[in-house]
Design a protein. Structure first.
Length: 260
């Protein structure tokens, strides 16, 4: 079995810094750098891209915290504790963060009057970078052990203090690493706008559908909250990828007719 590594903690006076927070900060920096780098390569406005990132990050953190509260701690919402509601770091869920970030981005881009093509180009760059940022963030989760799985005796189990369990943060880290590696390979050729966005939805959605049965958490009608979000992401992603493939074929047919 795998050892249970204690999360490193740095104490500076009354301030306590956890490794998880450092990994989240690193993930944000890595993601923002990659988004801006790709935007510059594609000739997009860096000023607009920075504003877009600010909106997406703000809505993403809020959405992540709200999903956690709704699904895991609904009594906090019922009490209306303002300090607990505003403490965004204390409880975060992935699909709430993703949906919140996309919503924030769409609101910003619609306010700017961007076309559908411009929106897809920007979101595609964000999705490409997100795979790498998510890998860094999940490395922090694997150290914080904040996604404990079911008790088991598998060689892939981690020796938690209450007995061997799967560590879903660790599994998610390796899956995100595979997705990031695949994106690097696919990026050797030009892809239609929206390709990485919808491909990530499909790949990560399937990963969550397969992994979430190993989670030690409550179910609603037999599924976790993550699985409901994953199924929706897979359906939307597959439909969108099919539409992109059709547009790609039409484009190359027109190009071939022009050349002939």
């Amino acid at each position: 079995m795998l050892p249970y590594l204690q999360e490193p903690i740095l104490r500076i006076g009354s301030l306590t810094l956890h490794a998880f927070g450092g990994f989240v900060a690193a993930a944000v920096l890595v993601g923002c750098w990659l988004v801006l780098h790709r935007a510059e390569r594609q000739g997009l406005s860096l000023k607009d891209t920075r504003s877009l990132l600010l909106w997406m990050l703000s809505f993403g953190f809020v959405g992540s915290h709200l999903e956690h509260l709704v699904y895991y701690e609904p009594w906090v919402l019922a009490r209306g504790d303002p300090l607990r509601l505003l403490n965004l770091w204390n409880g975060m869920s992935s699909f709430g963060g993703i949906l919140g970030g996309v919503l924030g981005g769409l609101i910003f881009m619609r306010r700017r009057g961007w076309t559908g093509g411009e929106i897809l180009r920007q979101l595609d760059g964000v999705a490409f970078a997100f795979a790498f940022a998510w890998t860094v963030a999940r490395a922090g989760c694997s150290l914080a052990h904040d996604h404990p799985g079911i008790h088991c005796t598998s060689w892939m189990a981690v020796r938690f203090p209450d007995g061997p369990r799967f560590d879903l943060g660790l599994f998610d880290f390796f899956l995100s690493l595979l997705i990031a590696g695949l994106f690097l390979l696919l990026d050797r050729r030009r892809r239609p706008s929206g390709f990485y966005l919808f491909l990530f939805m499909v790949l990560y959605g399937f990963a969550r559908v397969l992994l979430d049965p190993l989670r030690d958490e409550e179910r609603f009608l037999g599924l976790t909250s993550g699985q409901y979000g994953a199924v929706l992401a897979i359906l939307v992603g597959l439909v969108a990828l099919r539409a992109l493939a059709g547009q790609h074929v039409v484009y190359f047919n027109r190009l071939a007719r022009r050349q002939s």
